[in-house]
Design a protein. Structure first.
Length: 307
């Protein structure tokens, strides 16, 4: 009888098995999470720049972490592929895999459902080598081991670990680029809201234009209005500055008049009014619209005829 040739381990299966192993390793630092997409303001982009200029870049940290991990695991693992899909239940999976050899200390379950392959760990390289020979002998002689394939994992090879590092670094770079694009998009959206006009609230009722002018010497226009209702003890001012940059700079300042801390915000109401006027200008008459007076006259005629 011709012996059936065993399919060698594939890079894809090995990578999946290794990624599954990494997800189970709680002690390993979550490097992927370092590229979070938080972009509340410009301060975060500045902190990112500071991190990039640190002594170790994220890419270097990944390289160090991955090489360190697989250097420690080198010589203690085997790759196993079964002829059937592995059980989904954890206990059944553990029992089935550990039944291969008594010296298996840990069976690493793949994240993928219905996988046929996994990694197994041993206490030492000596135990691993003994188990490898025993399992191969059982495959050749025992019917219960028929169709099982066992080999050394590719992570024992420095070349494969280097490829794994490159893959992780590329993944991190993609996430980082995605984060930067998202941040840039949000910044553009914010710019649409920015105006050169700033609203000041919590202004003392006795405050004058001259006092406000001292705080904003380059202001183009300053208008003060008395507060209404529960804000009647205070006034509000609208300050128009030369540029949107000046307005953005102004709202970041900590200002006060006569001991009263001023609250500053963008005059978004003015911006909304501008947008509405632009929309109204864009609208074109269809020619079918009836003037209000004509429409009211027609309605009046209809009511008279009905009577």
């Amino acid at each position: 009888m011709k012996k059936k040739t065993e399919k060698p381990i594939s890079d894809e299966e090995e990578s999946i098995a290794e990624e599954s192993a990494e997800s189970d390793d709680e002690s390993e630092m979550d490097l992927e999470a370092s590229a979070t997409e938080s972009d509340e303001d410009d301060a975060e982009s500045e902190s990112d720049a500071e991190q990039e200029t640190a002594t170790k870049s994220r890419a270097e940290i990944i390289e160090e972490q991955v090489h360190s991990k697989y250097e420690q695991l080198k010589g203690t693992r085997l790759y196993v592929r079964f002829p059937q899909k592995l059980p989904l239940d954890d206990q059944e999976f553990d029992a089935k895999v550990k039944a291969l050899h008594p010296q298996i200390t840990k069976a690493i379950k793949p994240r993928q459902k219905h996988a046929r392959f996994c990694l197994v760990e041993f206490k030492s390289q000596e135990d691993r080598d003994v188990a490898l020979e025993d399992i191969k002998a059982s495959i050749a002689s025992d019917e219960a081991f028929k169709g099982i394939y066992v080999s050394l994992p590719k992570t024992d090879s420095d070349e494969f670990v280097t490829e794994l590092v490159a893959r992780k670094q590329q993944s991190l770079e993609k996430k980082k680029n995605k984060s930067l694009i998202k941040r840039a998009t949000k910044q553009v959206q914010r710019k649409d809201i920015f105006t050169s006009s700033v609203v000041i609230t919590n202004l003392p009722k006795t405050a004058s234009v001259a006092q406000v002018r001292k705080l904003f010497e380059n202001a183009v226009d300053i208008q003060i209005k008395p507060g209404k209702g529960k804000f009647r003890d205070f006034s509000a001012a609208t300050v128009t500055l030369p540029t949107t940059y000046d307005a953005r700079k102004a709202i970041k300042q900590d200002l006060n008049i006569s001991g009263s801390k001023l609250l500053l915000r963008f005059n978004t109401k003015q911006q909304q009014q501008k947008r509405r006027s632009k929309k109204n200008l864009k609208r074109k008459p269809t020619g079918k619209e009836i003037p209000p007076k004509v429409a009211s006259n027609k309605k009046a005629k209809k009511t008279v005829e009905a009577n």
